[in-house]
Design a protein around this ligand. Structure first.
Ligand code: FUC
Length: 758
């Protein structure tokens, strides 16, 4: 079944809606760096454009509050004494950064495409996820027209072609529309361009356009006019001087190459490049084919349409490949797609869940190279994070708070008591060093990143403090919740929230494991080894829940969207049925409690919940939340709705769907850990398990009938073989079977374990 988002009308392009809700019906295209939103109107079309380095202002600012160093421990002492409001007042005055805002992501404006197609019928618009091409079809007076749009990674251009299928002629007027009033515009050898300067010392960027046509055409300022044509092709490119390029020369070269390759040449290279990544994985869930119903209509009946989950999964992979490629900036809160000059939350990187969630599908979907921008960003952050640790806390090591921007700013963001002072951002990001390594097994990568991990650990060796024999963080928060103190006071600032200890445990343990593996053990490891036993373990509270804070406080908002204290369940594996069964029960109570109070009301929160139910091996609850994500938190263009649009839910949802089909977080590859009855039969090809193991399998009536595991690096494979499995081994041998029924295999690089259940 073809994987495509299909809509039966264009996105509204009228002045009052185009850059408001109309945008949520436009379809995203991108190559990791350059992005476009396709409205697809036959007559007055819009392509809204972005480039991943076009951010407002410049970097290198030191926003740390100069009073912080002398006061953060006073805040801590007040919290220990239970003097919460005094602690929060002191925090506001001394720990909040000045100014409070990091830099934000911007739009590059749009391309307006006016055609002589004022009346039309037989309209269809689709985003073909298999080829990353957006296609619009319509008829005028019985003559058929087709328009295609894509963004090429090898050639760094947006390509748009409109052609008449029946040889009818049309006119077109195509204009570059910069987002700001001030710009330099001109014509050049290949076409025309606009250069815009971002305010406050920000980057300069160029939007350049070249067109190819039959008929008659001329360029006039930012406008290209074409008459009596049967086929026109438009190439657009965008480049900022973030990388220090001569942007006009760069753009001209890209457009010249595209013009000389021609539309079919550029398209063939684009599809080959894209499919190299996309075709690695596929999932099929058997069921009725509803692909001829517009996708936005199908969303309304999500509970009877398992194919939508497959489409959501494919769309998530499409978005990752289209917004994050080696060498680009990481996908931000909106990936690369943003229509605003002042976007929600700055469309930057919120690192108390959102930016990390963007990369949850990378490993399992065999797209680990698309995760590199996030990991590379740690290198950008490191010098700033070390300065923040020193200037704000007087400590060595790497510290970031709950946001970062393209320049790697690590100082606190916003003046917001529930979010701002949380020194865990770098640490959470560093857990991606572990997950990236687990999926790829790439020790060279680990060697390159171990020092960053160590710097994040080093910060906590100085920062943690001992209370009643436990090492705690503070002043911190449990993102972004508020507790009720036994005195009746409400507070957010606290000491020792559960998530902090879980994250620190993870980076400490990784640091020890990888230092030993790489032979780079040092004094820091010694220190960590002493400290680890004193890190608090998760505790069960009065409702049978995992406690969110160091004390069993009630939550002011029991249905809060953040479920930070289940971080150990997902994304981490500190809670498992095998090692901590009583905590798994408590995790279930925690989740039920959140949901019964209205949890999951934002798209990303719902997506996290899917992953958590999958880890709790409850397929019915997981699918209920997949359906809720589709029905309540998805825009017509399939973008995740926070609201407004935020891409994390798309990525978290895709990861959750994979998590329902395959898990490997505890070293054992489990097939169908959380399969709902509705997904009774299907097939998976190419998902990755930790250890760099490629997995294919098929199931029928909820039971695996065939599975194949390829150990790409020769790492051990552990899995439970179903009763009656007929085994075939290539280059492999069985090592042992444990009392839990886990069979273990070993072999040469690329060895294969395959079985059938007849
Ligand atoms: C966190 C969340 C919000 C939103 C923002 C970008 O602060 O609590 O819901 O996703 O990030």
């Amino acid at each position: 079944m073809k994987s495509c988002v299909y809509l039966s009308s264009p996105a509204p392009t009228g002045e009052d809606r185009a850059f408001k809700d109309g945008w949520n019906s436009a379809l995203p295209i991108g190559n990791g760096s350059i992005g476009g939103m396709v409205y697809g109107d036959p007559s007055r079309d819009i392509l809204q454009i972005n480039e991943d380095t076009v951010w407002y202002g410049s970097g290198g600012r030191n926003r740390v509050n100069p009073l912080a160093k002398d006061n953060w421990k006073k805040c801590r002492d007040l919290l220990v004494e239970g003097r919460i409001s005094e602690a929060e007042k002191l925090c506001e005055k001394t720990l909040y950064a000045i100014p409070d805002q990091q830099r934000h992501y911007d739009t590059c404006g749009h391309i307006s495409l006016n055609f002589s197609h004022d009346s039309y019928d037989c309209y269809r618009r689709e985003l073909d996820l298999e080829n990353a091409v957006c296609r619009v079809e319509f008829s005028k007076n019985g003559k058929r027209f087709e328009r295609e749009y894509f963004v090429s990674n090898p050639d760094q251009v947006i390509a748009i072609r409109q052609r008449s299928i029946d040889g009818a002629v049309f006119n077109a007027e195509i204009s570059i529309v910069p987002p700001r009033e001030e710009y330099e515009g001109d014509i050049c050898e290949v076409g025309n361009f606009a250069v815009v300067q971002e305010p406050e010392g920000g980057c300069r960027y160029c939007v350049m356009l070249a067109a190819d046509w039959d008929g008659f055409g001329w360029v006039d300022g930012l406008k290209t006019n074409i008459t009596d044509s049967t086929e026109i092709t438009v190439y657009i490119t965008v480049r900022s001087d973030f990388y220090g390029d001569d942007i006009l020369k760069w753009c001209e070269e890209k457009l010249k190459t595209a013009l000389s390759l021609g539309y079919e040449g550029v398209k063939a290279r684009h599809i080959e490049d894209y499919r190299r990544l996309y075709d690695r994985v596929s999932i099929e869930l058997d069921g009725e084919d509803r692909s001829e119903i517009p996708t936005n209509e199908r969303l309304k009946c999500a509970e009877s349409d398992p194919q939508l989950a497959k489409l959501y999964f494919d769309f998530g992979r499409y978005l990752l490949i289209s917004s994050s490629r080696p060498g680009t900036r990481p996908a931000n809160l909106q990936g690369i797609w943003n229509k605003d000059l002042t976007p929600a939350w700055g469309s930057k990187y919120t690192i108390n869940i959102n930016a990390e969630m963007n990369y949850w599908p990378a490993g399992v979907c065999d797209l680990s190279e698309c995760e590199m921008p996030l990991l590379e960003h740690l290198k950008t952050m490191l010098p700033y994070g070390k300065k923040v640790a020193m200037d704000m806390y007087g400590l060595e090591g790497f510290c970031a708070h709950h946001n970062t921007d393209i320049f790697g700013d690590c100082a606190p963001q916003d003046w917001c008591m529930t979010a701002t002072v949380w020194p865990m951002g770098a640490a959470w990001l560093c857990t991606h060093i572990k997950s990236h390594y687990e999926f790829t097994g790439d020790t060279e990568f680990l060697r390159e990143y171990i020092d960053i991990l160590k710097e994040a650990c080093r910060f906590f060796t100085g920062y943690l403090f001992e209370k009643d024999g436990k090492l705690l963080t503070g002043p911190s928060i449990s993102p972004e919740n508020t507790y009720i103190h036994p005195s009746g006071e409400r507070g957010s600032l606290c000491i020792g929230p559960t998530m902090d200890s879980m994250i620190i445990r993870e980076i400490f343990e990784s640091c020890l494991e990888y230092s030993a593996l790489l032979g780079v053990e040092d004094e820091l490891c010694e220190k960590i080894r002493e400290m680890l036993p004193k890190l608090p373990k998760p505790t069960v509270g009065k409702y049978g829940q995992i406690m969110e804070w160091a004390e069993d406080y009630d939550e002011a908002e029991p249905g809060h969207r953040h479920i930070s204290h289940l971080w150990g369940l997902h994304p981490s594996n500190q809670l498992t049925f095998e090692t901590t069964p009583e905590l798994m029960d408590a995790a279930r109570v925690t989740l039920e409690r959140r949901l019964s109070h209205g949890g999951g009301h934002t798209g990303w929160s719902r997506a996290w919940i899917i992953n958590m139910w999958a880890r709790l091996r409850d397929g019915e609850k997981a699918v209920e939340n997949v359906e809720a994500l589709l029905k309540r938190s998805t825009y017509p263009n399939f973008f995740d709705m926070h609201p407004p649009f935020q891409i994390d839910g798309n990525f978290g949802g895709a990861a959750g769907i994979a998590e329902m089909l395959l898990q490997s977080q505890d070293g054992v590859i489990t097939l169908l850990p959380a399969l709902p009855k509705k997904w009774a039969s299907g097939r998976v090809h190419g998902l990755k398990a930790r250890g760099n193991i490629t997995v294919d399998f098929e199931w029928n009536d909820g039971k695996v009938t065939h599975a194949k595991f390829v150990s790409n690096l020769g790492n051990g494979i552990k899995t439970v073989l179903p009763d009656g499995a007929e085994l075939k081994l290539i280059g492999a041998h069985a090592v042992c079977t444990s009392d839990r029924g886990v069979s273990e295999f070993a072999g040469d690089e690329g060895y294969v374990v395959e079985y059938w259940v007849i």
